[in-house]
Design a protein around this ligand. Structure first.
Ligand code: PLP
Length: 407
């Protein structure tokens, strides 16, 4: 595995060795239940308190505003259902067309329960349609929930301005910041954001821990009902080692944010520029928008993303595709379709997401690996005129209405 090039950090990240080190004593030595009364267990309670302070520092908020959860999905679900339960007279939820499944999968159930759901669209660069967004904000809106940085394209929504517009109308605002935390500065003290979700495993903590920020004074209803843990806001004995891990990861992310976001952006840009220069008929999805520094989503037209991934995997490069062929539907990503990316481009899209652990050597290796793979796949494509490596072009569709090339 020493040759592995891991460019799939929006899927999950490697747990930082310093995070593992911080967690280990809480499995084997300091394993007390933080709710117990004796001093031994007090160590665990103290560790949670410290982790809460570190997590709050990353988000620029008060530690009392942090609730530890099991993941980003739980944080998102908690935010949605809390807002709906605490405002039973409001029957509208506003979101966007490019959210993660952790939000989108709630929508059918909400519709069934009679909620009106408004999914605001995006432009060709993945930017929120601002006028459509403002129009959606009616007095019966219980919650606006929109992600901060898109997991597929990295496109960043103007969350601070969105929260401001919601606050002016007395509408609670939640943001899924799972792909933003640790990558771009988040300062909640200066923002009108009411609820915000993060996930440990996207920022070098382990899988199985997350947090929800709940602005002080906001009405709140727990999602997991049980004991008095988390100040009565999330039942269940605290996952002490993982919470400690999240705190340590937040501390590292904050300390390295300025330097690492610049370094990772330079690597991402080198990769993106190298690939789009070496291979013809490519497009950077979201390239015209403000983006998280670690993510690029590139369409290699007239090839299947899944096929590219298989070839990359054979060379030890881990990435992900924007199509959902694994579901058997052959439907390209809802995010790319919302941006109006043509079918042929959406199907050939690859997401490459970097992290603090990636290097220039890996980027240069990737730049060697990609072009021959694309050339090989295009040579096999019925939609490609093969005039030699990367010198061919798409065949023109003569059939008229064609789903494949959007003619
Ligand atoms: C934007 C976004 N939100 C939520 C989630 C879900 O986070 P978790 O895996 O911690 O449940 C993800 C994971 O990919 C994500 O990218």
């Amino acid at each position: 595995m020493s040759e592995l090039i891991y460019f799939d950090n929006n899927a999950t990240t490697k747990t930082d060795p310093a995070v593992v080190e911080a967690m280990l004593p809480f499995f084997t030595q300091l394993y007390g239940n933080p709710s117990s009364m004796y001093p031994f267990a007090g160590e665990a309670a103290r560790a949670i308190r410290l982790a809460r302070e570190k997590t709050a520092a990353l988000l620029g908020c008060d530690p009392r505003e942090i609730i530890f959860t099991s993941c980003g999905t739980e944080s998102n679900n908690t935010a949605i259902w809390s807002a709906l339960r605490t405002q039973p007279d409001r029957r509208r939820l506003v979101t966007s067309r490019v959210e993660h499944q952790a939000i989108l999968s709630n929508l059918p159930l909400l519709r069934k329960q009679g909620y009106q759901i408004i999914e605001v669209g995006v432009d060709e660069h993945g930017r929120l349609l601002w006028d459509q967004f403002l129009e959606a904000l009616t007095p019966d809106t219980a919650l606006v929930t929109c992600l901060w940085a898109n997991n597929e394209t990295g496109v960043v929504f103007p969350v601070t301005e969105m929260a401001e517009a919601c606050a002016e109308r007395d509408i609670p605002f939640h943001t899924d910041a799972v792909q933003a935390a640790g990558k771009i500065p988040l300062n909640l003290a200066d923002a009108k954001i009411d609820l915000l979700s993060i996930s440990g495993h996207k920022m070098h903590a382990p899988k199985g821990v997350g947090a929800l920020y709940v602005r002080r004074g906001l009405k709140f209803s727990p999602f997991i009902i049980g004991g008095h843990q988390e100040n009565g806001r999330r039942g269940g004995t605290e996952n002490v080692p993982y919470i400690v891990g999240l705190g340590r990861a937040a501390e590292l992310a904050l300390a390295n944010l300025a330097d690492e976001s610049t370094r990772v952006r330079t690597l991402r840009d080198r990769l993106e520029h190298g690939l789009t220069s070496a291979v013809t008929h490519t497009r950077v999805n979201g390239g015209g928008a403000d983006r998280a520094p670690n993510t690029t989503n590139i369409s290699f037209e007239y090839v299947e993303g899944e096929a590219i991934l298989l070839h990359l995997a054979a060379r030890g490069l881990c990435a992900s595709s924007g199509s959902a062929c694994t579901s058997g539907s052959l439907e390209p990503s809802h995010v790319l379709r919302a941006m109006g990316v043509p079918f042929t481009a959406a199907h050939g899209s690859i997401r490459l997401s970097l992290s603090v652990h990636n290097t220039e050597t890996e980027v240069d290796k990737a730049l060697e690996i990609f072009p021959p793979i694309i050339a090989k796949l295009r040579a096999l494509s019925p939609f490609w005129r093969d005039d030699g490596p990367n010198t061919g072009g798409p065949l023109t569709c003569e059939t008229g209405a064609c789903q494949v090339c959007d003619a």
